[in-house]
Every structure is written in C-alpha cells, then in structure tokens.
Design a protein around this ligand. Structure first.
Ligand code: G3H
Ligand code: 13P
Ligand code: ZN
Length: 330
C-alpha cells in the first residue's frame, strides 16, 4: 500500500472548496507519457495553478501503474525544483469498477472517479458508495457521475448523451457520500463533438455549437449549493491544430469543440474541475506532424517531442489563464 501523502500529492477536498468559492475551475489534464507530464507541470508552475493529473484506464494499460505513480511523485519534485510547490492531485479518470478504483487507491492515487453512468441508477449508487467507503478510509476523494456523455474514445464509449436529471442529484450525493459529481450538460468526449452542420456561424464566420445547458447546471447548483461539480468532455478542439494536422498529412474531420467562453462561464459557477484530454492530443499530434513534414531527415525523437511539449505547455498556460481562471490560485 502506498499513501499518496508520501508521494507529495494532495486530494481534491481543499482545492475544490477554494475553487467553488473563488469562481474558477481546476484543470484536469490527462497524461500518458513524460512529455505530456512535463508540459502540464511546467505550465501549471509558471501560471501558479493547482492541477489534477488524470490517468485513464487506457493510460494505465499503456504506461504501467508503477511508472505512473512514480512519475507523479517526480512531478511533485519537479515542481519544487522549478521553484513553486503547486498542489498536485493524481486522479483515476473513468474508473469502471470497485477493483480498479481500489488498485489505484492502493497505488498512491489521491483521487478516483467511479463512473457508474452506464449502470442503472441503483447500481451506480451501490458501486459508488462502495468506492467511497474504501477511499475515505485513506482520505482519498471520490468523483461520481450522473447522466451520460456522448463520444467515443479508447475505453470511454457512449453513442448518445443523457442530461443529468437535477431531481436525482441530492439523493445520489446523500446515498453515496461522493466528494464531487460529474454531470452531463451537453459536453462530449473526443475531438468530434459537433459537426459543422450542428453549429451556427457568428458574424465573424466562426462556427458556434449549441450552447451548454446552463439551465440544468443552475438547477443542480440550487439543489446542491456549493457542492463541487465536474465537467468532462471539455476540449475546445483548437482549429489551429486541426488545420496543422490536416496540412501535414493528417485526415481529421471538420469538428467543433466547446467554446472557451462557455467553459469560462461554467468555471465561474460550482464547476470546479474541467477535464481536457483531446486538445492535448491535437496539439501534440499537429506539432509532431509539422516537424516531421518540414524536416523529413529528422530521426531524433527529442527534435519532434520537444516542440510538441512546448506547444502543449503554451496551450495549458492559455487555458489556466484565460479559460479556467486557475492561474495564480496555487
Ligand atoms: O475521457 C476519457 C479520456 O479522454 C481518456 O481516454 O481512454 O483514450 O485514454 P483514453
Ligand atoms: P475531451 O475528450 O473533451 O478532452 O474530454 C476529456 C475527458 O473528459 C477526460 O475524462
Ligand atoms: Zn471524461
């Protein structure tokens, strides 16, 4: 058993309480490798932002849980070396069973998500309650989910979304004891959130997708005043990276993400954790494609992973400062 406290990590409790009061959201960035982790830490130290390092089940299979735990320990030491000890959480993203959550808790994670959103309401309550009972013995915080997000990624799949029903949230939180709640109000996973046909063009010709259901968010906030709310599927799908990928041999479909202004608006409410994975994938892939296309004789991975890391860092700094409002809050 490894306690996250020995790794230099923190759980989400104090961080979320401060974020809800302060009207900003903590970035939850997924990582699978060293360059992504370096970029996240560099960006969050430079902007003095707390951060949640997210590990999906796919990331665990890809990178190995022992390596990931020690990378998170290294991230805390790296932040210290860079000159600022930001609060860092190691979080399991979309845990799908008690066993997966327990394994992460036993391996030094400071926070876990139990995603029972594909189950019946009663089954979701039961498994979430079981994870909370185990996690809280070790002061590990737990995120539950009500409602279903659409989107398809490696191991997170749902064809259709179902908005969270505000009438369920009090019962769910009381019965499970979760520390935060992921809700569905119109975001979705992956880089293909909205097709151009689903959007309207504004006066500048920019495609604007259907707005998030802020009315549902407001109802949930009314039922659970000050309770930490989480938004998954919150990539904005930066068009510069979609273009970069397609200009350098890629073939991405036209796609539109969640507009930054809407995320900013959500961050000012009880939404205190915003999950971003796909934008990191786009920035990294776009930059690597560009470098390899422009320098076809290059074969030193540092020469394309280095620029990709720099692009990621710039993007994360922008999100912390201009979208989530977490800059300066560490
Ligand atoms: O919400 C899902 C995350 O973006 C993780 O995706 O399972 O492909 O690592 P993944
Ligand atoms: P995106 O696919 O929009 O980046 O969402 C990531 C996410 O919700 C991880 O849990
Ligand atoms: Zn998610």
């Amino acid at each position: 058993m490894t306690s996250y406290k020995d790794l230099g990590l923190v759980n989400t409790r104090a961080m979320f309480a401060k974020a809800v009061k302060g009207g900003y959201a903590i970035p939850a960035y997924n990582f699978n490798n060293m360059e992504q982790l370096q970029a996240i830490i560099m960006a969050c130290v430079e902007t003095k932002s707390p951060v949640i390092l997210q590990v999906s089940r796919g990331a665990r299979d890809y990178a190995n849980i022992n390596l990931l735990r020690n990378m998170a320990r290294g991230a805390c030491e790296y932040a210290h070396e860079l000159g600022y000890d930001i609060p860092i959480v190691l979080h399991l993203d979309h845990g799908n069973s008690f066993e997966v959550c327990k394994e992460c808790i036993d391996n030094g994670f400071s926070s876990v998500m139990i995603d029972g959103s594909a189950l019946s309401y009663e089954e979701n309550v039961a498994v979430t309650r079981k994870v909370v009972e185990y996690a809280h013995q070790f002061d590990v915080t737990v995120e539950g989910e009500l409602g279903v997000l659409a989107g398809i990624e490696d191991e997170v799949q749902a064809a259709e979304s179902h908005y969270t029903r505000p009438e369920d949230v009090i019962d769910f939180v009381e019965k499970t004891g979760v520390d935060s709640l992921a809700i569905s109000i119109g975001t979705s996973h992956g880089a293909n959130k909205f097709t151009p046909e689903q959007c309207k063009r504004n006066a500048d010709g920019i495609l604007i997708p259907p707005p998030l259901r802020f009315d549902i968010l407001a109802e949930i906030e009314k039922k659970l005043p000050g309770f930490p709310i989480v938004l998954h599927g919150s990539s904005s799908v930066p068009q510069e990276f979609v273009k970069m990928i397609n200009e350098h041999g890629g073939k991405l479909k036209d796609s539109v993400g969640i507009p930054e202004e809407q995320l900013r608006q959500a961050a000012k409410s009880a939404v205190c954790k915003i999950n971003i994975d796909s934008d990191g994938r786009l920035a990294m892939t776009g930059t690597i494609r560009r470098v390899l296309d422009e320098k076809p004789s290059e074969f030193d991975p540092r020469k394309y992973l280095g620029p990709a890391r720099e692009a990621l860092k710039e993007m994360y700094m922008h999100k912390n400062r201009d979208v989530l409002g977490s800059a300066g809050q560490a």
